[in-house]
Ligand binder design. Sequence first.
Ligand code: NDP
Length: 475
Amino acid sequence: MTSYPSHYIGGAWVPAQSGAVLPVHDSSTGEEFARVPAGTAAEAARAVEAARAAFGAWSALSPAERADYLDKIAAGLKARTDELATTIAREVGMPLKLARAVQVGAPVFNWSNTAKTAREFQWEKRVGHSLVVREPVGVVGCITPWNFPLNQIALKVAPALAAGCTVVLKPSEIAPLNAIILAEVIHAAGVPPGVFNLVNGLGPEVGEVLATHPEVDMLSFTGSTRAGKRVGELASQTVKRVALELGGKSASVVLPDADFAAAVKGSVSACLLNSGQTCSAHTRLLVPQERYEEVKALALEAVARFTLGPSLAEGTKLGPLVSAAQRDRVTGLIELGIREGAEVIAGGPQRPQGEGLDAGYFVQPTILRVQPGDTLAREEIFGPVLVVITYADEDEAVRIANDTVYGLGGGVWSGDEAHAIAVARRIRTGQVDINGAAFNPNAPFGGYKQSGNGRENGVYGLEEYLEYKALQLKA
Ligand code: NDP
């Protein structure tokens, strides 16, 4: 087992003050395989001071000079792909091959893509007799979750640094090791001391310092709506800018003229990515009521392809959940759905049986038919659970799609793209995929309603970390 004794503050590995540690478990076996320090409020404050001290010089560099550092970081991460993929596959449970592409490939891309975006960005513009310039917000506190840990860090830290901000990162205690590797890469890239700081620890301890500290100008948070509300409330006391990326309950709406085989297969895959632990997962499948039996057969066929197994085992298509707590929460919600009258199409709350499945946090891929208004039709599950809901007509489909406090993603499937777009416009979410179209890393990603108020990716992500300043010029 590896123990990490330090935080990364002011350009150095600083030994943790308290002896308290946080265990990191391999989600496929339940084994504790690493420990990180449980940071204190004083350590978080020290990191904020280091970030404040570094802000002046870092923000004075040109965007191109900062972009060069980002490219070096991308190259440093890429060189450690194998180590990162294995680490995240163990922390999170995503199958190794997929983890290489998604959990490492995406952040490597996002670091270099942010560099490119910063080089091409219009940093100032004349508006009448004013020169409008874009300047960094200042010191940014970043709080990130465990599900796509390195990518969620990249989507915050890369644009913040590109903008000229300095950063204190508190990653999730459940998947913190990839952030330690990132800090090593940032150090090796020669990023000046204090520009990036890493403090491991718990949300209520370290995270809340970032939300309350008067020297933090902006808080960028990804995680649960519950914790997002809490940090937003705390941050309001110092009028920080707050960017929240929260939960979701996205609907995949299959219209009667869709290719049903493609739509159901695509929706099942979009639900089960990362064992359903994806904020924008399409976790509700909305289908015409008269086509329900056909959909049921297609869904069974689609789910059968997801071979459950340990993340490092060859042939695994679906890994475990991240933690025992997450497994128990998800199986508890499946049981609740069944008590409320859900029809079980596939899976269920029972522990899955099979080789390699006895010790990790496994949950069977589960498909349930529920009614609009049921708990599982509205509440985020964050596990490998797809709910099928039938609708009578298009208006009802839209009403059901919008019948949740969330508004993150979704999909519309139709043989007529214009029709699909018209329906997509009626869905109150930040993204809608038409006929299973791929994710676009330069398109804005973020939520309506209680899914949050921030936007990440490309130029939209960079702008989150910038202020406007207007300089009025004499004619
Ligand atoms: P949390 O919101 O509990 O955790 C996310 C991050 O916030 C972690 O770093 C956590 O720290 C921190 N945190 C928790 N409480 C506080 C607090 N009071 N002050 C400051 N920071 C805090 O999410 P979970 O890890 O429990 O993830 C589960 C849920 O999060 C899912 O069900 C889903 O709704 C949502 N989620 C949404 C994502 C998205 O991208 N939109 C991504 C991941 C999760 P700690 O290390 O202590 O946990």
